[in-house]
Every structure is written in C-alpha cells, then in structure tokens.
Design a protein around this ligand. Sequence first.
Ligand SMILES: Nc1ncnc2c1ncn2[C@@H]1O[C@H](COP(=O)(O)OP(=O)(O)OP(=O)(O)O)[C@@H](O)[C@H]1O
Length: 213
Amino acid sequence: MTVPAGAVTAVLGANGAGKTTLLRTVSAVQSPVSGSITMGDHDLIGAGAESMSRRGLSHVPEGRGVIVELTVEENLRLGLLGRNTSRPRMDIGRVWDMFPPLAQRRQATAHTLSGGERQMLVIARALLATPSVLLLDEPSLGLAPRVVAQIFRQLRDAVDTDGLTVVLVEQNARSALSIAEHAVVLSLGRVVREGPAADLQGDTELRHAYLGF
Ligand SMILES: Nc1ncnc2c1ncn2[C@@H]1O[C@H](COP(=O)(O)OP(=O)(O)OP(=O)(O)O)[C@@H](O)[C@H]1O
C-alpha cells in the first residue's frame, strides 16, 4: 500500500484484519516476516523506534496512553520533549484552541478525564512533537459520535494547515472515509482494496462485504 504525503489515509477492515499489526510493523514495534517499508527514500525496516521519531514518525496506539498521575498540561509538555524543531507551528496555546475541553481542565490530573478527553490529550501530545507522519490506531474507540467528529475535524485541520500525513486505522469506516483522501481495506492481513476514499465510499458491494455500512 502507498500512503500519500500531506493527506489522510484510512486503513479499514473487520476485527482481526491486521490493522494494528500493520501500524506496529511500520513503527518498528513488531518485525515483518517479509516485504519492505519505505518513507521517502529511506528503508524503515530495522531502523529502530528512536530512528522513527527522528524521521518524524509518531504512533498513537489504541487504548489511549496518557500518564494518569500527571496533569493535562504536564502530559502535553512531554510531547514537547520529542519535538522536531524544524516544524515549529504547533504549541500548547494552539492545543487549547484545538481542544477547548482540555483548556478547561489544564490543571486537572489526567485520571479524572473522560475517554474523549484522554483521546484528545494523546493526539495533542503527539502533534506537539510535530511529526511529519502520524499513525493513529482507532481514535474513535468507545467515544460518542460528537466527540469523534470534533477529534476528526481537528485532525483534518492539522493535515490542511501543517501538511501532516495521517494513517488512520478505524473500524468506524464511515467516519474515517469522511475525512480521508485515500483508503486501504485489509482482510486477513492482506490489502483487498486501495484507492481514493470517495471511490470506496461509493462502492456498495465493498461496503457491505468489508466495511459494515
Ligand atoms: N499480514 C499478516 N500476516 C500474518 N498474520 C497477521 C497479519 N496481519 C495480522 N496478522 C495476525 O492477525 C491477528 C489480528 O491482527 P490485528 O490485531 O492487527 O487486527 P486488527 O485489524 O487490528 O483487529 P482489531 O480491530 O480487533 O484490533 C493477529 O494475531 C496478527 O498477528
């Protein structure tokens, strides 16, 4: 599969299709059995996790990952530590504008946040490191549609404003396709369809067979 730069690519497929494995392999958490992974001209296989962040690749795994003992603001400051200073557009002030619920709770300990607020926090923390490629695993999991819409709107804005490249793994195919330019459908660990998101959205047979809507 190919991920176009400066766009959102949705990675879709049923439970167990291999979406999480794909992201873990790209970000070097897991080793591939075969094949190749390249970013621009660079071969990523064997590069190691540290080298991934130097190349501007950031992975937000499923299941949140905020540090619950720290405040919202302290969690965000951790994102600044891994910052790629050649892309300085993102700062904590912009996070407060992007996610007003976080601004209201900036001194609150993260364990008091709702699921949606925690998801906003991990995405904001990843954005503060100013990655060029953001891998997001199921950011909508367990969240109310209104919160999902808010998070997706901000992601879309980061792509449009900063030229960020997003790989969005989602079971919520309808929402993911609504913000993606490009899409890939996985089944049993293989790509069964890849193309413009609008084409996949318009393909009723594909939607019924693989996307559940
Ligand atoms: N390309 C592949 N080749 C062989 N096995 C794979 C491949 N991709 C995934 N698997 C295996 O399939 C199983 C399910 O994969 P994975 O958890 O990545 O799916 P998923 O689409 O993320 O599912 P969920 O939506 O439930 O999180 C895992 O045991 C994984 O090791």
